[in-house]
Design a protein around this ligand. Structure first.
Ligand SMILES: NC(=O)c1ccc[n+]([C@@H]2O[C@H](COP(=O)([O-])OP(=O)(O)OC[C@H]3O[C@@H](n4cnc5c(N)ncnc54)[C@H](O)[C@@H]3O)[C@@H](O)[C@H]2O)c1
Length: 246
């Protein structure tokens, strides 16, 4: 994702790439941004390059990177997934403490954001729903950040509409029924060949509605990344999810 962001930013006329940080490839020059060297020390990048924004796809997610950026007044746009609820609360607290905004965007694909919005709309009428998320085998966290956010949005929509699912969510011991987040079952598939896919399946009387999104390659995330970078200077507090920027 980092390499893809470098390519996208390098071709955006209104955004300048000033620095890069990774724990591998240290000292190498970026092919798509000649003159930019990969540094190991994030603080050195933040103080030396003085960026306005830091796009973070470190894996695993590093709260340390986020904290460092915010302490230097740099808005972190966090695409890494797998934060705990406590880490999200800590990022929100840091926005208050440092006065620097932060963005946590579990999915930068515009189509995926629309899938989540449509799912929330449908949930008001069809409250019985399960999520199947499918990703490449190297994805570390499960269930995906997108599926958790979808479940959260569906749950909020059901509560707002006053509708309740007829099917009980079941016991956590029943592993064949998947994980449970926000009262919704999520099934995680990890296989080579996959990129990032999700189905939200609603069941009703004599009918099934499936809303599906497929990210077929990593360029699908880049328009969303550029949108977040362009909005970062006006951001306040914690922005969670690309839907807040559309
Ligand atoms: N938000 C989205 O739309 C979206 C889309 C795709 C992937 N992701 C998430 O992005 C993350 C990265 O995915 P990937 O496929 O690019 O993984 P990857 O393993 O290809 O790349 C992760 C990079 O982070 C580097 N890294 C590790 N620790 C670091 C640290 N402390 N500081 C700086 N760099 C560090 C690694 O060396 C590696 O180069 C994952 O959490 C994935 O789930 C999010």
């Amino acid at each position: 994702m980092g390499s893809e962001v470098v390519k996208a930013v390098a071709t955006a006329p209104d955004i300048e790439l000033v620095g890069a940080c990774d724990v591998v490839g240290v000292g190498e020059q970026l092919t798509d941004a000649p003159g930019v060297i990969i540094e190991r020390d994030l603080e050195k990048v933040l103080t030396g390059c003085k960026p306005d924004v830091m796009v973070d796809f470190a894996k695993p997610y590093s709260l340390e990177n986020t904290r460092l950026a915010m302490e230097h007044g740099v808005v972190p746009i966090i695409g890494s997934t797998g934060q705990t609820a406590e880490e999200l609360a800590e990022i929100e607290r840091l926005t208050e403490q440092t006065g620097t905004a932060a963005m946590v965007i579990p999915n930068f694909a515009i189509g995926a954001v629309l899938m989540m919005k449509f799912a929330a709309q449908a949930a008001a009428y069809l409250p019985d729903v399960e999520i199947v998320e499918l990703h490449h085998e190297k994805k570390m966290d499960a269930p995906s950040g997108t599926s958790i956010m979808t479940a959260q949005m569906i749950n909020a929509a059901r509560n707002a509409a006053g509708t309740k699912p007829a099917v009980p969510v079941g016991s956590p011991e029943d592993r064949a029924r998947g994980d449970e987040k926000h009262g919704i079952r999520i099934h995680s598939v990890r296989l080579p060949g996959l990129v990032a896919h999700q189905e939200v399946i609603f069941g009703g009387l004599g009918q099934v509605l499936t809303i599906r999104h497929d990210s077929l390659d990593r360029t699908s995330f880049m328009p969303g990344v550029l949108l977040a970078i362009r909005r970062a200077s006006q951001a306040k507090g914690l922005t969670y999810g690309l839907d807040k920027l559309l």
